[in-house]
Each structure stands twice: as C-alpha cells, then as structure tokens.
Ligand binder design. Structure first.
Ligand SMILES: Nc1nc2c(ncn2[C@@H]2O[C@H](COP(=O)(O)OP(=O)(O)OP(=O)(O)O)[C@@H](O)[C@H]2O)c(=O)[nH]1
Length: 213
C-alpha cells in the first residue's frame, strides 16, 4: 500500500499556488464511533479539501489549505480499524488527536490503552491532544469534564471537550497543534516555547458555533 501520498498532493498543492512551508502529519485516533470522521468533516468544511480514500488500508487522507494555518499544510490520517497497519504510520505522525466520546465510558476507559500504544509506536516528541467529543449531548454524558481533564493532566497532554456536530473547538484543536509544531520547527529548544496548554485555555471558550447538516 502507498506509504506516501502522491507527490502532487503534498505540500498543499491541491489546485493551489500558496507555498507550503511545513508538511504536518496528524492522525486521529480513538474507538469506533467517537466521531473521528465527523470531526474531520467538520473541519474540512472550513479548511480542507477532500483527499482520496486509500481503500486498501482504510485510511482517509486529506490535505489542508495552507491559508488556515499560515502556510502550514497538514496531512490528516483518520484511522481506526487497521491497527496493525497503522502502527507504521505512528512513526510519521507529528501530532495525534486522541478522541473519546463523552457519552461512552468505554471509549474513555480505552484512552489509557491508546496512550500505551502511542507511547510504544509514536515519535517521542509527538504532540498529543486529548479530546472529549460529542460535548453537545450533555443529557447523555457518561464522562465528567473533570475526569477528562484529570486523565490529561496525568499524561501531561492538553485537553478539551469538542463537538464535531456544532463545531465547538474543532478548528481550535487543529490550530493549536499547527501552532505548536510550527513553533517547534522554527525555534531552538532553549528559547521560550509556544505554550499549547495556555493557548487552548485562552481560546477554547470562544469557539462554539455553526450548523451541522
Ligand atoms: N451529537 C454528536 N454526534 C456525533 C458527534 N460526532 C460524531 N457524532 C455521531 O457519532 C456517530 C459516529 O461518528 P463517526 O464520525 O462515524 O465516528 P468514527 O470515530 O469515525 O467511527 P469509526 O469510523 O467507526 O471509527 C455518527 O452517528 C455521528 O453522527 C458529535 O460531536 N456530536
């Protein structure tokens, strides 16, 4: 199966002449049904072009418009079913969005297993963000916000609740990792770093919105 996207897709070149300075690979992880596909689709409406479904491995490939992230383009991998195959992809990912469903305790309980797997297969400095999705369905909530936050603290990763339905915090998740990775690429390690936690905390209440068709 193809490990690399066709060259013509890379660097945000899909019908665009904007320069792509950095190519980021982001993977969405989490149990089946937590909303990974919807999460991507929600963001795609604002920023992404559809890529091609790589049928052989079931991985959905999308390329971002560089305009959104300031000439940072992203490859987004959405994968759930093909665990053994996707181990190979962990190595290439600079960022992982790890989703659970706030209405599913099991999807939350499985986050530890996902994190174990990530630590085994992903790059040591991968940016991980924990996302409690489906925050719009508070009537069926099975996981408290504090429990999400506390698990995230335990693993030292940023956390927020999102809704792929309303769009709440979806764009922020991508923007935060894009900013973090861009800063890392641009700055020597001993200079003050972009604080992804602070950025999310300052931004996350602001973004909620949108229609879901
Ligand atoms: N209310 C609500 N429903 C959502 C949200 N995100 C996804 N859903 C619904 O949850 C179901 C599963 O969403 P998917 O995006 O297919 O989940 P997935 O993680 O890609 O699932 P797999 O492809 O099986 O791994 C669908 O019925 C979605 O409409 C959300 O934020 N809020």
């Amino acid at each position: 199966f193809p490990l690399q996207a066709p060259a013509s897709w890379q660097g945000g070149q899909v019908g665009m002449d904007l320069p792509a300075e950095v190519l980021l690979t982001v993977m969405l992880l989490g149990d089946s049904g937590v909303g990974k596909t919807c999460f991507l689709l929600q963001f795609k409406d604002g920023a992404f072009l559809s890529g091609t479904f790589i049928a052989t491995v079931g991985i959905d490939f999308r390329v971002a418009l560089p305009a959104l992230t300031g000439a940072v383009s992203q490859q987004i991998w959405d994968t759930e079913r093909f665990r053994s195959v996707t181990h190979a992809y962990y190595r290439d990912a600079q960022a992982l969005l790890l989703l659970y469903d706030i209405t599913s305790k099991m999807s939350f309980d499985n986050i530890r297993a996902w994190l174990t797997e990530i630590h085994e297969y992903a790059q040591k400095d991968v940016v991980i963000m924990l996302l409690g999705n489906k925050a719009d369905v508070s009537s069926e909530r099975a996981v408290r916000t504090e429990d999400g936050a506390s698990l995230a603290r335990e693993y030292g990763v940023p956390f927020m609740e999102t809704s792929a339905k309303t769009g709440m915090n979806v764009e922020l998740a991508f923007l935060a990792i894009a900013k973090e990775l861009k800063q890392r690429a641009a700055q020597p390690l001993d200079e003050p770093r972009f604080q992804i936690h602070d950025y999310i905390e300052s931004q996350k209440k602001k973004s909620s919105c949108c229609a879901f068709s």
